[in-house]
Write a protein that binds this ligand. Structure first.
Ligand SMILES: Cc1cc2nc3c(=O)[nH]c(=O)nc-3n(C[C@H](O)[C@H](O)[C@H](O)COP(=O)(O)OP(=O)(O)OC[C@H]3O[C@@H](n4cnc5c(N)ncnc54)[C@H](O)[C@@H]3O)c2cc1C
Length: 407
């Protein structure tokens, strides 16, 4: 059945020739083999929360919604075995009932686990890698229709699969490293920019999850549905979010900006589909210079740059295409307004952050060239070698990915 697909925010859409919603690994194999016979390219969709054309295909579009849920847990090793179509939001309650939880989460929990893992989706905090870093094993239906099991005994394959942007094949079952369940205590404050930067590194290290939104203009906060304290100005101030672990016995609290609750209830916030986002990762030690340079640049470029600058950090990890490969990173996000020509602004952001050796978020707007891929990702060549092993004919590549990863 042919059709048209559009992502969550509406900046990517394409027409596909066939669509399938398999409900088992066997059915995935059947659908992949059928597409190979028809010489169709194949991509998997999740919830379409990526801003880049990484789902696009004119051939077979696979939806793994029916391969969902927690299949088993190992409470001793703190592992969960899940279907790759499981939404992150569907993991919280059942894991909690088993005494477990995800170690960290990002700004939303609508993504499916395989979508989040495939792009290196992350939260904040240098103690944690991205979702990709918790992948311990998975089963993949490759570009030849074979099923390959990847696990810790095949570390190179695992590190390739941890951030693969769907290029190794269809991920079906996955094993995740989780942790003992925990509560979080939120501490959200409105602070002048200069106060936040005074002891930036100390706050990153001292707190479990430290992040902030810096507002370049009075309109900025409302664009991300952030309420300012009554009577406060937004320009050049920050909305600072700090989460630390609460004691098990601590009372649940719903006091705004000071909530205490199960971890997975504290992390997510609410976004409207009104922004097109770019997100780059630079070495953590260069944070202060980078944030100051971004602030000056954004203030000069009002009103194009009125969306907040989001600042987070992420821990070092081993995924070959991970933005945090073997380094702690500062994560810098900016957005353009749909309907406005924000490309010259974002290109300039790319130029500035490029001087800081920036890696990119695969699910967010970027301008990465092939040369930059090889310069900034030490294991790019190794990833490409493994990709070719899994998909010799390149059926899982598309026009966005081919120039970077075909050879
Ligand atoms: C409002 C909003 C908030 C966000 N917050 C954060 C955040 O806090 N932190 C962060 O890092 N990112 C964030 N993102 C980005 C988002 O997490 C990523 O783009 C993520 O990949 C989207 O997940 P998805 O389930 O929608 O996957 P999709 O965008 O649908 O797919 C992502 C990729 O995964 C591949 N894929 C999906 N399932 C499979 C499978 N079973 N096998 C093989 N390949 C597969 C797809 O082909 C595609 O290449 C946010 C995005 C939005 C729109």
């Amino acid at each position: 059945m042919a059709g048209k697909w559009t992502n969550w925010v509406g900046n990517q859409s394409f027409k596909y020739a066939s669509f399938a919603q398999p409900s088992s690994e066997k059915e995935v194999v059947k659908a992949v083999k059928k597409a190979l016979e028809k010489k169709q390219n194949i991509r998997v969709m999740a919830t379409g929360h990526s801003f880049t054309p990484i789902v696009e295909t004119d051939g077979l579009l696979l939806d793994l919604e029916k391969i969902s849920g927690i299949k088993a847990v190992d409470p001793y090793k703190q592992r969960a075995f899940v279907g790759s179509g499981t939404p992150i939001s569907a993991l919280g309650d059942p894991l909690w009932e088993k005494g477990l939880a995800l170690r960290n989460q990002g700004d939303i929990d609508s993504q499916r686990i395989a979508g989040a893992i495939s792009t290196g989706t992350h939260g904040s905090g240098t103690e944690f890698g991205s979702f990709s870093s918790i992948l311990r094993s998975c089963r993949i239906v490759t570009g030849t229709g074979e099923v390959v099991e990847i696990n810790e005994k095949t570390p190179d394959l695992l590190h390739a699969a941890q951030v693969s942007v769907g290029m190794l094949g269809v991920m079906v079952g996955m094993e995740l490293q989780v942790t003992k369940k925990y509560k979080l205590r939120e501490h959200i404050d409105h602070e002048p920019f200069s106060d936040v930067m005074r002891n930036f590194h100390e706050r990153v290290k001292k707190n479990r999850n430290f992040s902030f939104f810096w507002f370049p203009s009075e309109e900025s906060a409302a664009l991300y549905n952030i309420e300012l304290p009554p009577g406060e100005k937004a320009t050049d101030t920050c909305h600072v979010k700090v989460f630390n672990e609460a004691r098990e016995s601590e009372q649940v609290s719903d006091v705004p900006k000071r909530r205490v609750d199960r971890s997975y209830r504290i992390y997510p916030m609410f976004y409207s589909p009104n922004f097109h986002e770019l997100e780059y990762f630079i070495p953590l030690e260069r944070s202060v210079d980078c944030i100051n340079e971004m602030r000056e640049y954004m203030l000069k470029n009002l009103p194009l740059s009125i969306f907040p600058l989001e600042i987070r950090s992420c821990g070092s990890e081993d995924g070959f295409l991970s933005s945090n490969y073997k380094r702690e990173t500062l994560v810098v996000s900016v957005s353009g307004m749909p309907g406005v020509d924000y490309w010259p602004y974002l290109r300039e952001v790319d130029r500035i952050l490029g001087r800081y050796d920036a890696r990119v978020h695969w699910g967010k707007l970027h301008f990465l060239t092939k040369q930059q891929l090889h310069d900034r990702y030490p294991k790019a060549e190794k990833f490409i070698k493994i990709r070719k092993q899994f998909d010799p004919k390149g059926v899982f590549l598309n026009d966005h990915l081919r120039p970077l990863f075909a050879q």
